[in-house]
Design a protein around this ligand. Structure first.
Ligand code: GDP
Ligand code: MG
Length: 370
């Protein structure tokens, strides 16, 4: 029988050859010729009596199959509402992680999507669009976008390149020009642009970056892309990746999002509400996941949709509950795709007057004011 401690830890207890109870593997006498355990050797540290190798970034990189020169870092997606930030994020990551909608301001929480290529890992932060705040929820959204700028290695400013640059874009450019973080500009929605208009539209954005007052000209690179078709997205990722600092994986290579599952579930339900109802409902809706139960082969989800007025509750439920069924069915199908497995979803609707103005309520739903 061997006294190699590693073997004893790996093999299940063997009734014939088991050690007396209470003898821990590391208390086994070392074989002759092996160093006595005791003082930590160079390259080891002691933790709870067990010697662990000191992490060596180069060794970890080799074990993880990373080559020297691997790059990693954080990229904030910044832009006015509706320019296609969430669509681009989904296009880049290739899995649905952000909800998209023709209704502006649908991204409420800062979302991290993780994009791993053979040479780099980009952690993308989807931020709510920057705009003028109207009420408390609006202010939280803007704070969240501004906060993201301070935490990243790169900013990707996304604009609607199918339209000439406007005042809203100017506001964001001035905001970003004051931060030390390098900025790249993606001219999105190129699929909507006639080839002979491309240059003209691009020039309106170049003008926006020209020097103004005592601000010097900004030499931010412009990248034409289409988040919808994927045009230009590979080139964009390569350029962004090359700008990141050298570093290890920040998340496991197969991760696509750091969004807690329940928040993602809530977002998928909210997306269905947005796509099936009109103007009067969308911004007054929040979704709360009440329970998630692992119910054999399927996942059971109980959720409540919060609205501000009883008229909105009526719209959401619909005649004979038809609307709520449609929303629930759509959300269930999305959840089954995202979580790859059968889902049972039960939806409730509740009126909570003024939830958008209540700071406590916002915090409970995950809209942090930091
Ligand atoms: P966000 O508010 O910036 O996150 O914008 P979304 O990603 O939610 O997109 C807003 C709307 O623009 C949606 O209807 C998208 O389908 C649409 N959209 C986004 N990117 C493109 C694009 O490249 N081409 C076209 N034609 N539409 C796009
Ligand atoms: Mg969005």
């Amino acid at each position: 029988m061997t006294t190699n401690p590693a073997n004893q830890q790996l093999n299940p207890p063997d009734p014939e050859h088991s050690e007396p109870e209470g003898v821990e593997p590391e208390q086994v006498q070392p074989e002759e010729g092996q160093p006595e355990e005791g003082l930590p050797e160079e390259g080891q540290r002691e933790q709870g009596g067990i010697l662990l190798p000191i992490p060596d970034p180069q060794e970890s990189a080799r074990l993880l199959g990373q080559s020297a020169g691997f790059r990693s870092g954080f990229v904030a997606l910044i832009g006015r509402p509706n320019v296609g930030k969430s669509t681009l994020l989904n296009q880049l990551v290739g899995t649905k992680v952000a909800i998209t909608s023709p209704v502006a301001q649908t991204t409420r929480n800062r979302l991290r999507a993780i994009l791993t290529t053979p040479t780099a890992q980009l952690v993308l932060l989807d931020t709510p669009g920057i705009h003028k705040p109207h009420h408390l929820l609006g202010e939280r959204l803007v704070q969240s976008a501004r906060g993201a700028i301070g935490e990243v290695d790169l900013v990707l400013l996304l604009v609607d390149g199918s339209q000439p640059a406007g005042r809203g874009d100017g506001f964001i450019v001035e905001l970003l020009a004051r931060s030390p973080v390098p900025v790249h500009v993606a001219l999105n929605k190129q699929d909507l642009v006639n080839p002979d208009q491309r240059l003209e539209l691009r020039e309106t954005y170049q003008q926006l970056l020209a020097g103004e007052g005592d601000r010097p000209a900004l030499n931010w690179p412009l990248h034409p892309v289409s988040a919808l078709t994927g045009e230009g997205s590979n080139a964009l990722v390569e350029t962004l990746a090359a700008q990141l600092p050298e570093g290890p994986y920040l998340y496991p290579p197969d991760a696509v999002s750091d969004q807690p599952e329940q928040l993602l579930m809530a977002e998928l339900i909210r997306e269905q509400v947005l796509s099936h109802t009109r103007e009067e409902v969308p911004h007054s809706v929040a979704v709360q996941i009440d329970r998630v139960v692992d119910d054999g082969p399927r996942t059971a989800v109980l959720a409540t949709v919060l609205v501000e007025r009883s008229s909105q509750k009526g719209i959401l439920i619909g005649k004979g509950g038809r609307m709520l069924r449609t929303i629930g069915q759509g959300a269930r199908l999305q959840m089954e795709k995202v979580f790859s497995g059968p889902v049972y979803l039960e939806l409730f609707v509740k009126v909570v007057p003024g939830w958008r103005r209540s700071a406590a309520r916002l915090a409970e739903l995950g809209y942090r004011g930091d």
